[in-house]
Design a protein. Structure first.
Length: 132
């Protein structure tokens, strides 16, 4: 199943400037109830973080281990991250010159750790700080 997830962009006075819709996957599973099976929704993909940029685009994270940049016409560039690698992006923020700061946490091999990473507005990594 697919539905939509939406980003709304407002003026400081609350007037709506625009909205961007993108597909949102709905995850289901089959559950047995007595003599019959029923398909149930167990998760709906949504944004877990949104960080605005000065050009009107935004960086987003979702629960599927990716960071994605969006603009009025949809996704801009490639997704950042790897599906199923045990490393999950958390909190994102923009800094000076539209640099993106984002935290990752998860397992790398047998070690659980955290990282803070920095990207420039073109998506190139400009800094990494690691902790455990």
């Amino acid at each position: 199943f697919f539905r939509t997830k939406t980003i709304y962009w407002f003026e400081p006075d609350g007037d709506l400037i625009t909205r961007w819709d993108t597909p949102a996957e709905i995850y289901t599973e089959w559950v047995q109830y007595g003599d019959y099976d029923e398909e149930e929704i167990y998760d709906i993909e949504g944004y877990t973080s949104i960080a605005p940029l000065s050009d009107g685009t935004v960086w987003t994270t979702t629960g599927d281990n990716f960071i994605v940049r969006y603009g009025p016409s949809g996704q801009i560039g490639e997704k950042i991250g790897e599906q199923g690698n045990g490393v999950v992006p958390h909190a994102i923020a923009t800094g000076p010159d539209d640099q993106l700061l984002y935290g990752w946490m998860g397992y790398s091999g047998s070690v659980y750790g955290t990282q803070l990473r920095q990207l420039n507005s073109a998506g190139s990594e400009t800094g990494v700080w690691t902790g455990q």
